[in-house]
Ligand binder design. Structure first.
Ligand code: G4P
Length: 377
């Protein structure tokens, strides 16, 4: 199954966020606690480089408490300040101010050293659509806040909400596009309702959900649908068989008594979204850690490849140098040959000179003969 989903307004949102991020000190990113990895946008790490980072695991009331704690640890180990929140009821929202303060401690200290005192930290909320940004802002800001209005020059056209003496929040949240590194991530985003249902086949969604449930929550299938849980369901064929059983149990049948798997699929997805299946998390920190390790290994391999390439380049350079040396030697040899030729020429000249001398001698001898010949006469 393949799908593409990148609406044009997402590109515009990214450009706007690039501008907004320059104005702020701390980025508060909301993720969905049921899929904390897939609902977290990787681009924000690049956009918000050098900013303090807070992750709020929202909708924690819908996710599995055991994995909430494990995911919190996972992100904290990566250097984020993390809180579990339920923006709808307000649970956990109060602690966010403390966490923001902690995240900005280093920045406040830096300001103090520069002599800047009491400048409020500026925060921005970001997250993918439907993750609960508006609900969180309403809950976080409450009635105590006041809008500070435009600040000409510095924050042209931006509205800030004063949360306290120490914190200001950018009024409009940054909308992030979900990550689409693989189809699996897309399926999970669709399951929590972040992607329009019309884009993905509900049968594919239900099968993905059943695969996760049979592996991590086998009792849920048994309790809710009264079907024997087959722990070995680790492929789509197995998941399809389970869906057929669910269809029969729920009397989702087509003419002739055949199971109506499409109707059953919608049924199961709806049960998940309305928490009738209980608190379910769809991705798990241990799996992620293993994938992180694989990624690190791949990076190491890439580094090794780069090193090998560098070595090859060095070798090529050495070869080129050797060739240059050989050329220089050849040139020297040519020069020597030229010198030898010059010497030979000199020798030839000397020989010519000797010959000339011999000729002169012969001439002298002839003269002597004439003199003696004259005397004789
Ligand atoms: P967005 O601004 O990021 O797009 O999301 P928004 O606040 O509009 O929230 C999307 C939906 O998620 C809303 O439900 C909202 O009530 C719900 N929601 C937000 N935070 C939480 C939370 O922590 N727990 C739970 N359980 N739900 C949360 P809706 O169905 O669109 O509207 P409604 O139910 O509020 O009428």
């Amino acid at each position: 199954m393949h799908f593409q989903w990148y609406p044009g307004h997402m590109a515009k949102a990214k450009r706007m966020m690039q501008e907004d991020i320059k104005l702020i000190d701390v980025v508060i990113e909301l993720v969905d606690a049921r899929i904390p990895y897939s609902s977290k946008n990787p681009d924000i790490d690049v956009l918000a480089k050098n900013k303090s980072r807070v992750i709020l695991m929202n909708k924690s009331d819908m996710a599995d408490q055991r994995y909430n704690a494990a995911w919190k640890e996972y992100f904290e180990a990566k250097g984020y300040f993390v809180a579990l929140v339920n923006s709808k009821s307000g649970t956990g929202v109060k602690q966010v101010q403390d966490i923001v303060n902690k995240a900005c401690e280093a920045k406040i200290e830096r300001d103090k050293k520069k002599g800047i005192l009491n400048r409020p930290v500026r925060a921005m909320i970001v997250g993918i659509p439907n993750v609960g940004k508006s609900t969180f802002i309403n809950s976080f800001v409450g009635k105590a806040s006041t809008k500070t209005g435009n600040k000409p020059g510095v924050t042209k056209g931006k509205q800030w909400i004063r949360l306290s003496k120490f914190t200001e929040l950018l009024d409009t949240p940054g909308i992030l596009w979900p990550r689409f590194e693989d189809q699996n991530v897309g399926l999970k985003l669709a399951l929590i309702g972040s992607i329009n249902d019309s884009i993905i086949d509900s049968l594919d969604l239900a099968l993905e959900l059943i695969l996760v449930l049979s592996k991590y929550y086998p009792e849920v299938l048994a309790n809710r649908y009264g079907i024997e849980t087959v722990l070995s369901v680790d492929n789509l064929q197995g998941a399809l068989k389970l869906l057929e059983k669910i269809a029969v149990k729920r009397s989702c049948l087509i003419k002739g008594g055949e199971p109506d798997i499409r109707r059953a699929a919608v049924f199961v997805i709806d049960d998940f979204r309305t928490i009738k299946l209980g608190n379910i998390t769809l991705e798990f920190p241990d799996d992620r850690k293993n994938k992180d390790k694989d990624k690190d290994k791949d990076k190491d391999k890439d580094k090794d490849k780069d090193k090998d390439k560098d070595k090859d380049k060095d070798k090529d350079k050495d070869k080129d140098k050797d060739k240059d040396k050989d050329k220089d030697k050849d040139k020297d040899k040519d020069k020597d040959k030229d010198k030898d030729k010059d010497k030979d020429k000199d020798k030839d000249k000397d020989k010519d000179k000797d010959k000339d001398k011999d000729k002169d001698k012969d001439k002298d001898k002839d003269k002597d003969k004439l003199v003696t010949d004259g005397k004789d006469i």
